[in-house]
Design a protein around this ligand. Sequence first.
Ligand code: HEM
Length: 319
Amino acid sequence: MIILTRADLVHEALIENGAIFATRPAENATRSIFSSNKFTVNASSYGPVWRSLRRNIVQNGLSAAKLRTFRHVRETAMDKLVERLKSESQANGGAVWVLKNTRFAMFCILLSMCFGVEMDEKTIEKIDDMMKTVLITLDPRIDDFMPLLRPFFSKKRNRAIEVRNQQIATLVPIIERRRAAVKDQGPIPPRRSSRTSTPFRRVRYPTGYECGDIYPAISEDPKLWTNPTKFDPDRFLTGAEDADITGVTAVKMMPFGVGRRICPGLGLATVHINLVLARMVQEFEWSSYPEDSKVDFSEKFQFTVVMKNSLRAMIKPRV
Ligand code: HEM
């Protein structure tokens, strides 16, 4: 395993020599339960299968033309988000949970894009919960790295199989519904339901070597950033600091990975983030909860890095 902690080395490995590190390591026992025989964009090894799956998602599901057709879905999801925030704050003296609500809005859009069928809020929440459980189940365990220990983890393995079965039982009926809806409209486009989650494993290996990079070593490198650990979004607004998040010109910050396996959802995800932020700020004035407290930025690892204490905030409608 090679660990890269310097931005210039990451650039050299993943941009300049992108093809060498473009494959995925062998799946561990838990991941292989979920990876559909490595037949997803994220799981497949670098080669013709990956190329064809990736081309499919980039040119069909995530193309600019396709994204334009989902405008009404985005608008409905944003209206739902505002409604939810309003009623939650009314019921709780102005306080709202931020992640839970924005996650719901994102899920409304992504599920609609993915499955093309209308879903009620209960079903959306059910799928969201199920996907969260899948991600937690995929958190690496010691027996993933030391197969000798596997017999001691048989309960966890059975649980993973159970979660996979739940996932299939939840999603397949939705695929069937879509199939029934389009059966008179010609063949179903060869779209896979690829992962809409945000995989955090940034590991590839060419000939037995795995190559990983440590994100904080780069995003908190004082040689690249002024006050790197300070939460200071204004640094970008004033133009004082900048980063090419595709990493092509230089690697400074890589929330979507870089190189050939860079997240193909980057464009879509940034549109959604801008939209959610803009709409939340447009509708409400935001302040900390409890009042005058400081935001707790401590983190925990839950497939991706998330806030250890989920953010709660106070909101007030602007009009
Ligand atoms: C804020 C939201 C998102 C973040 C932070 C994120 C981040 C990432 C990261 C770090 C990777 C791994 C890149 C690598 O291995 O080098 C990745 C891969 C991937 N992401 Fe995203 N992602 C986001 C949203 C999305 C969305 C909305 C979609 C699809 C609709 C998507 C689809 C994928 C796929 C299919 C891969 C696998 C690419 C491959 O292996 O070729 N992601 N993402």
